[in-house]
Design a protein around this ligand. Structure first.
Ligand SMILES: [Zn+2]
Length: 258
């Protein structure tokens, strides 16, 4: 069984959501994590996880939304949401200097609040990193050095090899999305090749970033299988082995889901 470690079920309509989940299960994607990008959407994610045993939630504020619902949430506010039994992680949070939708200092304060919430709750942090590799690595290292204890994964990895290596050195996990299947993603496949098997996860980030052969169309959790297949090609492993390895890793990182 595969697990889609990162999707946005709240971007599907209420009518189609059960069908999307059904199609995932039929494709062998037995569980999925729906992840909030604002506090409001995080509450919706919890509601969706509450009604389906195989759907879990993460709660947090995405860097692109860090200035949408001021002020930046405190670690305690995030932790309070995370107390729900179906919330298994914190996020998504991180830094996005590509879209630059919130000032850098606000994004960084938001990121640090999520790191501290992860430490308070003992839950892993799902990190979004875009064009901000140095600051992501620096802030993770600073918070660790400051005594914060937390596990993390770099979700939808599309950053540099340097950030992958820095994350791995800190014990982080790396999750690959449909970007891994794109013809031009040779560099990304080279990075996937060096990530140890015990640190790999897969995801869709649906409804965005549909893998080949659905590229350009709306993505959904069922399509995790295509990323897993390409990851298997990179690693010289069968899709079944990739499913087994990534599901084991998921349960280790997201212990509250087990
Ligand atoms: Zn996402």
């Amino acid at each position: 069984m595969l697990i889609d470690s990162h999707c946005h079920l709240d971007y599907f309509s209420e009518d189609e959501r059960p069908l999307v989940i059904q199609r995932a299960k039929a494709a062998g994607v037995g569980q999925m994590v729906t992840i909030g990008v604002t506090l409001t959407q995080s509450r919706q994610a919890i509601a969706m996880a509450a009604v389906d045993a195989d759907v879990f939630a993460c709660v947090g504020v995405h860097p692109n939304h860090a200035a949408d619902e001021p002020p930046v949430p405190s670690p305690e506010v995030i932790a309070e949401l995370a107390a729900h039994p179906k919330v298994i992680g914190i996020g998504e949070s991180g830094l996005d200097y590509f879209y630059d939708k919130a000032p850098k200092d606000v994004q960084q304060a938001n990121f640090r609040a999520h790191i501290r919430a992860a430490a308070i709750c003992g839950l892993p942090l799902a990190i979004h990193a875009r064009d901000a590799d140095d600051d992501i690595a620096r802030i993770l290292a600073e918070e660790r050095a400051g005594g914060q204890k937390f596990d993390f994964l770099l979700h939808c990895f599309s950053s540099t090899r340097a950030l992958a290596e820095a994350a791995l050195a800190m014990g982080g996990y790396i999750s690959f999305s449909g970007i891994l299947t794109f013809p031009k993603s040779n560099e990304l496949r080279d990075i996937a090749a060096i990530v140890p098997l015990e640190r790999l996860l897969v995801e869709t980030d649906s409804p965005y970033l549909a893998p080949v052969p659905f590229r350009g169309k709306r993505n959904e959790p069922a399509h995790t299988v295509h990323t897993a297949r390409v990851l298997g090609e990179v690693k010289g492993l069968s899709p079944e082995m990739i499913a087994s390895v990534t599901t084991t890793n998921f349960r280790k990182l997201f212990g509250k889901a087990a």
